[in-house]
Design a protein around this ligand. Structure first.
Ligand code: KDG
Ligand code: MG
Length: 402
């Protein structure tokens, strides 16, 4: 069997997505997500100029061999652009293999280890009152776990909060916006928010919070300690993860569980944190961490150290990534939780899929493959529209981590 064609489809049904479609001479095709938020065109060029010419004529069934060829053969290993491009190929090849077998992908990954994937949603509000209401609304539709972000008094724009009560979308049209950050104001606000939240909803629902790389290790230690009475499911990205030893300092001070890794792209990013038991959940997911093949290796290392998965699932990960992540998550031994930020109706129409949300759980479907397709005619009606994540500065003008 041979790969006879491969094509990159860029579409913007409300936000930009990059999708790779690989076609075989057996009449079967596969899809892979290659979306890298704000750097989409870099992955498109990597795929079109450097990867696709090498794929034509190869046997699509040799998934591991093609993965190794693309990883080792480039000489320049790792990095978000390379690993997202490899992930797009790998996901499409697993889709093809499962379609050839006539099985949903999870069957090829060992079958179901659970009945459904506990999902967490995003509740946010401009102030405490709005945030508490948003959490209750998410619990009312069945979520058992909710990530909570709130506006901070004295700060104009805050990560995770949409202006005017709209659904939150991280990337904004046009060039990157600048936002102002104050650690002091944030640290004063967040523990009080969660105290009020627990007083309102009790200790039944799981509550999560994303610090989004903003704190130094000692500040993150202080936050984790302050939040202990509120028993969070996790505190995410408490400090930039390049400083991996910084997590030891946080760990030495608090038992609030830690989740890290949505920006990681290989097992080498995860190794030190996992082996040294500095985190509890690993957030790497299919599209940015080398596809199903590589994510399985990350999860296997994590399993040895009782670290569980918590795959990234924001709107910039296309339904193709979500479909693949759900097949992975239902099969992997050490699944923890799956992020769920529903896509717009336009996106769902461009990417017909058979996964669904039911009673707090996400469920992959039974269609052979990963169960997500693309309507190319509809996709062509939404051309690429540049959009970027914001940037952050301290109140004195210093560039900070967003
Ligand atoms: O592209 C970046 C977003 O996906 C990210 O800001 C969202 O932190 C995020 C999350 O936890 O979903
Ligand atoms: Mg995050």
């Amino acid at each position: 069997m041979k790969i006879v064609d491969a094509k990159v489809i860029v579409t913007c049904p409300g936000r930009n997505f990059v999708t790779l479609r690989i076609v075989t001479d057996a009449g079967v095709h596969g899809l892979g997500d290659g979306t890298l938020n704000g750097r989409e065109k870099a992955v498109v060029a990597y795929l079109e100029d450097h990867v696709i010419p090498c794929l034509i004529g190869r046997d699509p069934q040799r998934i591991e061999d093609i993965w190794q060829y693309l990883y080792k053969g480039a000489y320049w290993r790792r990095g978000p652009v390379t690993m997202t491009a490899i992930a797009a190929v790998d996901t499409a090849l697993w889709d093809i293999k499962a379609k050839l077998a006539g099985l949903p992908l999870y069957q090829l990954l060992g079958g179901k280890s659970r009945d459904g994937l506990m999902a967490y949603s995003h509740a946010n509000g401009r102030d405490v009152a709005e945030t508490l209401d948003a959490v209750e609304a998410h619990l009312a539709v069945g979520y058992r776990a909710v990530r909570v972000q709130s506006g901070v008094p004295g700060l104009d724009k805050v990560y995770g909060i949409a202006p005017g009560g709209k659904a939150y979308e991280p990337a904004q049209k046009g060039l990157p916006q600048e936002t102002i950050w104050s650690t002091e104001k944030y640290l004063d606000h967040v523990p009080r928010l969660f105290e009020k939240l627990r007083a309102r909803v009790g200790f039944g629902p799981h509550l999560l919070h994303d610090v989004h790389h903003r704190l130094t290790p000692i500040e993150a230690a202080r936050l984790g300690k302050a939040l202990e009475p509120c028993r969070l499911f996790w505190m995410e990205d408490p400090t930039p993860a390049e400083d991996q030893e910084g997590f030891r300092l946080i760990r030495n001070h608090t038992v609030t569980p830690i989740a890290v890794g949505e920006v990681f792209n290989s097992v080498w990013d995860c190794k030190h944190l996992i082996e040294n038991r500095l985190i509890d959940y690993i957030r790497a997911t299919v599209v940015h961490a080398g596809g199903i093949s590589h994510l399985r290796k990350i999860a296997a290392l994590a399993e040895l150290h009782q670290v569980r998965t918590g795959c990234h699932g924001a709107t910039d990960l296309s339904p193709v990534c979500m479909g693949a992540a759900l097949h992975f998550g239902i099969a992997v031994a050490n699944f923890g939780i799956q992020e769920h930020m529903p896509h717009t109706a336009e996106t769902d129409a461009v990417f017909p899929h058979d996964y669904r949300f039911e009673n707090g759980f996400l469920l992959p479907g039974e269609t052979p493959g990963h169960g997500v397709e693309i309507d190319e005619a509809l996709a062509a009606r939404y051309p690429y529209d540049p959009a970027y994540l914001p940037t952050a500065r301290l109140e004195d003008g210093t560039v900070w981590s967003w």
